[in-house]
Design a protein around this ligand. Sequence first.
Ligand SMILES: Nc1ncnc2c1ncn2[C@@H]1O[C@H](COP(=O)(O)OP(=O)(O)OP(=O)(O)O)[C@@H](O)[C@H]1O
Length: 270
Amino acid sequence: MDLYFEDVHHTYPSGVHAVRGVTLHVPAGQRLAIVGQNGAGKTTLVRHLNGIFRPSQGTVRVGDWTTSDKDIADLAARVGYVFQNPDEQLFARKVIDDVTFGPRNLGFDAERSAQAVREALSATGLTEHAQDHPYHLALSERKRVALASVLAMQTQVVVLDEPTTGQDERGVQMIARIVADLAAQGRTVVAITHDMDFCAENFDRVVVMADGQVRADDVPERAFRQAAALADAQVEPPQLLRLADELGWDSSPLTVPAFVDGLAARRAVR
Ligand SMILES: Nc1ncnc2c1ncn2[C@@H]1O[C@H](COP(=O)(O)OP(=O)(O)OP(=O)(O)O)[C@@H](O)[C@H]1O
C-alpha cells in the first residue's frame, strides 16, 4: 500500500513546530528508514500514519484513505505501529493475549487469528514465552512482544519506532528478517532508527531529517554520502562506509559481504 505525505506540517499545542513541510511518496513494498537526531520530528511524522496525530497543514494518505477522514480504529486495519517503548503498548497478563488482541479486534475469525499469532510469535522468537507475563520478560523480549502483536494484525503497512534498541545480535537479525519478509510480501515498512548499520543493511531508502524537514532522501549508498545533510542531522554514516572511506575506496559497501567483495577485488588487482 502506497503512503503519501504532502506538505505535512505539525505544530503541537505548546507551539513547537515539529514537522515543517514534509513531502514523501512511499511505494508499496518499500523499506524506508528515517534517521536524524533526537527531536528531528521523526516520531511526530510517522504518528500521522496511524491517526494519532492529524497534520496542522497538508495531507497524509494511506492507500486511498486520507488519514484526517479516518479514526485510529479504522487506520489500525491498514497501519500497524510498533511503539519505541513496549510498555506503552502491552497491557495483557500473558504474551499470547497481547498478541491475539489485535487480530481479534480487527475481526479475524478464531482460526485465522490463531494462525497469525503462531506466525508472529515464531518470527519474533517468542513461541516459548506465549504463556508468560510480558512484565516478567526482558525489555528486549517485551519489544519483540510489541512487534509480534503488530505482525499478527497482518497490516499492509508496518511502522517501527527504534526496533533494534536493546536487541542483541540475534534479535537484530530476527528483526532484519521480519523487515525483509514484510517487504517481500509487498507490505510497506517505515522504520525510525538510530542504528545506521541496521539501516544500511536492511532498507531500500533512507530519509534524513533535521529540524522537522527532510534533508536527504535517497538509496542508502547515496544518502550516506550527503555530508552536509548528515552533519545537519548529526548522523554518522554506517561503520563499513566509514572504513571504506578510511581505506580510500571509491565504492560504498553497505553489507559485510559487499565489503569482503571489495577487499577481494582490491587484492586481485594488486
Ligand atoms: N507531545 C509533545 N508535545 C509537545 N512537543 C513535543 C511532543 N512530542 C514531541 N515534541 C517536540 O517535537 C519535536 C520533535 O520531536 P519528535 O519526538 O518527533 O522527534 P524525534 O526525531 O522522533 O526524536 P526521538 O529520536 O527522540 O524520538 C521536539 O522538539 C520535541 O520536543
